[in-house]
Each structure stands twice: as C-alpha cells, then as structure tokens.
Design a protein. Structure first.
Length: 195
C-alpha cells in the first residue's frame, strides 16, 4: 500500500520533459521541510499497486511521473516493474536523500541541502541522475561536482511575489548564459495556469 496524495494528468511543467503529457502520481509525506515548498502533501489515501494502475489506465499517456512529497521513501523496484509491465515509462522527482530503484527510466534530482544547511538529512546521497534541477532563490549556485548528470537545470524559485520572481528569473538567465553547462527551467505549468 502506498500513501497517495493525488493522481492527475497534465503536461510536465519543468526540466527536460517540459510540455510532455504525463500522469503524475504524488506521494504524501517528505523527510524535509523546505521553506518554499508549494505542495500540500500531508493528506493521502492508501492505495495498492493495482488501484494505482487502474487509475493510471484512465489516461492516454504512457509517461508516469512519481513525485511528492518524497517518492523515494515509498517506491520499490517491484512497483516500478509493475508499471513497466503495464507499458509505462517511469520517471521520479526526488531530493536525492534516499536511494531510488535502479530500474527507473529517468531520475530528476532536485537537492535541497542549500535551503536546509543545518540539516545533514538534506544532503543528497545520489551521485548519478538524468537531470539535476537546482531551485534558485538568490543563493550561490551549488555546482555538485560529485553528481553526474546528463542535464543541469537552474529553476527560479516561485516566491509568490511577482517582482522577486522577475529578479530571480533574470539572475538565473544571466547565470545560464555565463555557465552554458546549465539550462534554464521555468515552472511553465504555473505560467499556463494548469495543474
């Protein structure tokens, strides 16, 4: 049984797969408490793998995004196998503080240690990912030389203040231009007013 906050169908709003139709499985619960977290993920319904698969089957896409909360606290290789057997391409969005199943198709690592410097529990343990996504809120951009990634994204933090958001976005753009190994990621789902 898995604590599921919600399952919904939308376009991926961030990172490499921006604009791709995806089914989001949001797990409830996280081991970190980031000050900018925009997700209410405490409430949940306990669902079996069969129930999750039945819900996924209501949507036409074959790309599943495991998100949270922190999905690495709950997902197993057996669960990923069940999704693969049903024909799904399975991605995960994780803070990297726990191991993830090796049979995932795509790993998005978004470390949170620079926002919770007093918490050693926020240090990422993962050393490999498909995309590294750093949320930028004006802090020096951490380089994470110990993390091997195919893509690196800098994503301006949504502060809820339009003026501050514009400043952070402008700074992130300038950083990417000066450091072309990084690409800009925007939360396009918020710009488009979709879930």
């Amino acid at each position: 049984m898995f604590p599921i906050n919600e399952i919904f169908y939308s376009l991926q709003g961030e990172g490499f797969y921006t604009g791709t139709p995806s089914i989001f499985v949001r797990f409830s619960g996280c081991n970190l408490r980031c000050p900018f977290c925009d997700t209410e993920h405490q409430t949940h319904t306990m669902m079996s793998a069969d129930e999750i698969l039945a819900t996924l089957g209501q949507y036409p896409a074959q790309r599943v995004v495991l998100t949270g909360g922190e999905p690495s606290l709950f997902v197993t290789s057996d669960f990923i196998d069940r999704l693969h057997d049903a024909g799904y391409y399975v991605t995960i969005e994780t803070n990297g503080t726990h191991p993830v199943p090796a049979n995932l198709d795509w790993v998005t690592l978004s470390p949170k240690d620079t926002y919770l410097p007093a918490s050693s529990a926020a240090q990422p343990l993962l050393t490999h990912c498909d995309e590294l996504k750093v949320v930028y809120n004006g802090q020096p951009v951490p380089l994470y030389p110990q993390i091997e990634s195919r893509h690196r994204y800098l994503q301006p933090c949504d502060t809820g203040n339009a003026t501050e958001n514009a400043r952070l976005t402008a700074e992130a753009i300038q950083y990417c231009l000066a450091h072309p190994e990084w690409s800009l990621s925007l939360q396009t789902h918020k710009l488009l007013h979709i879930q």
